[in-house]
Design a protein around this ligand. Structure first.
Ligand code: SF4
Length: 717
């Protein structure tokens, strides 16, 4: 029987619309995965406004990942030395509630942490905030978005007064110049890149600039590829600003009426003539000048970025320095222009709206703001003072809290920190010391499950109903169209059960996910991310809708408000955007004679994060069977490394083995490895065995993109 469900791809933040068909279709044999489970078929949804029917290999093969290696029943053990035993939901939930209660009484609320994920739906995120920040009184909820987008969040807040990407995907087709920095969009956000690439090919005057130390498929398509040395982004951006100011290509009216801080910024960029910038960044002077010329000649410049900017110990400064360029040229709040962060995960945006980081609250509110706390306490029916004014532990601090014993309960939901955290041996050692770890996930085994005391089986995408928001603020309802396996339950429902056991029956008297969503949107009233016009019923009836969508806004009106800040009023106290003035501090761990190469990490086209899904899809495994280390021929010759042989990369924290790929696509002095392989998939090939946790002081995002290494033939001293 043909029964088609429209939903959203649950992989990356592009947020493509999918149509999913059940395995049994008239006249067709039922496809089965390698475990014999029937496979649901997915294809692009032509009606989805973000993707218009396009889909990449991950979205197209999602059906194959849904049934394999699923965690189906709650499991418990008293210590990590014991095997798990199957228990009832009641026994598992009682144990979690007891341990939370005990930690709360003995050590205080901040001994409890939850670490979530951009894979969670908005309803899951929202309930987690209510449980941790409201009922338990700790802001110790953080998500893996901390490793991904928190520098963009901090940059937007500091420059514009609020989080929220100002642009939309239609801008990809309306820009005169796309400036891509720290993003391999062609592989990591393929459908965004398809839209941009078509526009670039169709309209010859459109320029595409790509800034990346690697010659990626994205860089291959560029008019100008600037292969900067890692860590020199701020120098380049200040250098472009220097030339724009020198040539008079600024928007003085916008600068005068809509911004603050231009004088200090102008003083800083006066120190960045192209000769100095070229020398620092390892570029030709002509290329620096050409980048500025492209920017100057374009009426509308759209800049796109992702982890290459964010995953840095000066990530927020980089983001703000990029935003400076838009402020000085007035390239914001109009079609085809603006700074546009490309979110990594499918619902990291929804997580931010629901308050899913340790320093924020639902509705783009801040933990430190007393008025914001009071508004949320009222919304949650909690007494004044219930929410702590102190931001909670960011992701890495949860790991250090386990080391010191300050964290007594560590609850992980829908993420795999035993692969994705920096300095992975230190992370694993901290996880081994955890007095009580709850692991709530759809899959088993995973690397993190090895460190858990309780396993809670979660229903995943397709088995629960909830909303997700993509990078352009479009909210899509993802409906239930399959039964969860075994006893798996939606994440929000599991957290509600724990909340009720802790005595918060009134706060968690919620019948279904539509009721949870209704409560969440009420807390966005009059905020930048106003979603009060949205409900599960409306999203089901009308399809995806972009926020802001206040109550009463019609679909036609919604179509007319695709960009933020079109009125050129920002969310700062005086409505003006704030220039930043930064000099670069460079990499947190510079190279030296012992570790002479910069290692950078990233994603591959087919794989997703730690492979909990894509590692179970045959087609993707064939596409990327093993992790490779890219090294320039000159460095390979210096270190006696031959193409396709095994090498060992060593940093101050550990070592990992990869197959060498000798290529001119990487600049001399830099090597690249993918971040997807954990111990389950390729023992001793974990990129994060090498990385360090030094973080941006403003966003607290670790510098996963760069560390100092040496590379030697495997087995060599
Ligand atoms: Fe899914 Fe991202 Fe691919 Fe779109 S581009 S199909 S959202 S993985």
């Amino acid at each position: 029987m043909v029964s088609l469900s429209k939903t959203l791809c649950p992989y990356c933040g592009v947020g493509c619309g999918l149509e999913v068909l059940p395995p049994a279709q008239p006249g067709k044999p039922v496809a089965r995965d390698s475990e014999g489970n029937p496979v649901w078929q997915a294809r692009g949804d032509r009606d989805h406004p973000s993707s218009k029917g396009m889909v990449c290999v991950k979205g197209a093969t999602i059906g194959e990942s849904l049934s394999k290696s699923r965690l189906k029943h709650p499991m418990l053990r008293d210590s990590l030395d014991e095997p798990f035993r199957r228990v009832s939901w009641d026994e598992a939930l009682d144990r979690v509630a007891e341990r939370i209660q005990a930690a709360h009484s003995t050590f205080g609320p901040d001994a409890i942490c939850m670490y979530g994920s951009g894979q969670l739906q908005t309803e899951d995120y929202y309930i987690a905030q209510k449980l941790l920040k409201g009922c338990l009184g700790t802001n110790n909820f953080d998500a893996n978005s901390r490793l991904c987008m928190s520098s963009a969040v901090a940059g937007y807040i500091q420059s514009f007064g609020s989080d929220g990407p100002p642009c939309c995907y239609d801008d990809l087709e309306r820009t005169d110049c796309a400036f891509l920095i720290g993003t391999n969009t062609a592989e990591c956000h393929p459908i965004v890149f398809n839209r941009l690439r078509k526009h670039h090919k169709r309209t010859r005057k459109v320029k595409l600039i790509v800034v990346d130390p690697r010659r990626t498929p994205t860089a291959e398509a560029a008019d100008l590829h600037l292969a900067i040395e890692p860590g020199t982004d701020i120098d380049l951006l200040n250098g472009i600003a220097h030339l724009l100011l020198r040539w008079g290509f600024i928007d003085p009216v916008f600068v005068d009426e809509c911004t603050r801080g231009f004088e200090k910024f102008a003083e800083v960029i006066s120190h960045y003539p192209p000769e100095r910038v070229a020398r620092t960044c390892g570029l030709r002077i002509d290329d620096v000048v050409q980048a500025a010329r492209y920017w100057a000649r374009a009426e509308r410049v759209l800049s796109l970025w992702s982890m290459g900017m964010n995953q840095s110990s000066e990530g927020t400064a980089k983001v703000r320095t990029l935003i400076n360029l838009h402020l000085m040229t007035g390239d914001i709040g109009k079609p085809g222009a603006g700074p546009f962060s490309l979110t990594g995960q499918p619902n990291a945006m929804g997580g931010r709206e629901a308050g899913g980081l340790a320093h924020i609250l639902p509705g783009y509110r801040l933990v430190k703001n007393p008025q914001h706390r009071a508004e949320v306490e009222r919304g949650w029916g909690l007494p004044p003072g219930s929410i702590s004014p102190i931001p909670g532990r960011p992701a890495w601090d949860m790991i250090t809290g386990l080391e010191t014993g300050e964290v007594q309960v560590f609850w992980v939901a829908a993420t795999n920190p035993a692969v994705s955290m920096p300095d992975i041996e230190r992370t694993k050692s901290a996880l081994r010391r955890s007095p009580f770890t709850v692991y709530q996930d759809a899959y088993y085994p995973t690397e993190t499950a090895d460190y858990a005391h309780v396993l809670l089986p979660a229903a995943q995408w397709s088995e629960k109903t909830g909303a997700m928001t993509n990078s352009e603020r479009v909210v899509t309802l993802c409906p239930t169209f399959r039964q969860p396996p075994g006893e798996a339950r939606p994440d929000w429902e599991i957290m509600v059960e724990v909340g009720r056991r802790l005595g918060f029956t009134e706060q968690f008297d919620l019948a279904n996910s539509a009721a949870v969503y209704a409560e969440f949107v009420a807390l966005t009233r009059d905020r930048l991310c106003d979603c009060t016009g949205l409900s599960h019923a409306r999203l089901a009836a009308e399809g995806p809708i972009q926020w802001p969508c206040p109550k009463g806004m019609t679909a036609a009106e919604n179509q007319q408000s695709k960009r933020l800040y079109e009125d050129l009023r920002f969310k700062t106290g005086d409505g003006r955007a704030q220039f930043a003035a930064f000099h670069s501090r460079g990499l947190a761990e510079p190279t030296d004679s012992g570790y002479p190469l910069v290692l950078t990490t990233g994603r591959l086209y087919g794989h997703w994060h730690t492979q909990t899904r894509t590692g179970r899809i045959d087609k993707i495994l064939k596409l990327h069977p093993e992790p490779e280390l890219e090294i320039h021929p000159r460095d390979a010759a210096d270190w006696g490394i031959e193409d396709k042989t095994w090498v060992e990369a060593q940093s101050r924290r550990g070592a990992a083995r990869f197959r060498a790929k000798v290529t001119r696509a990487i600049a001399p002095g830099t090597v690249f490895v993918p971040m997807h392989w954990g111990a389950l998939w390729a023992e001793q090939s974990e990129a994060n065995a090498l990385t360090h946790p030094e973080s941006c002081p403003a966003s607290l995002q670790p510098e996963l993109k760069a560390c100092a290494v040496c590379v030697v033939p495997a087995g060599a001293e």
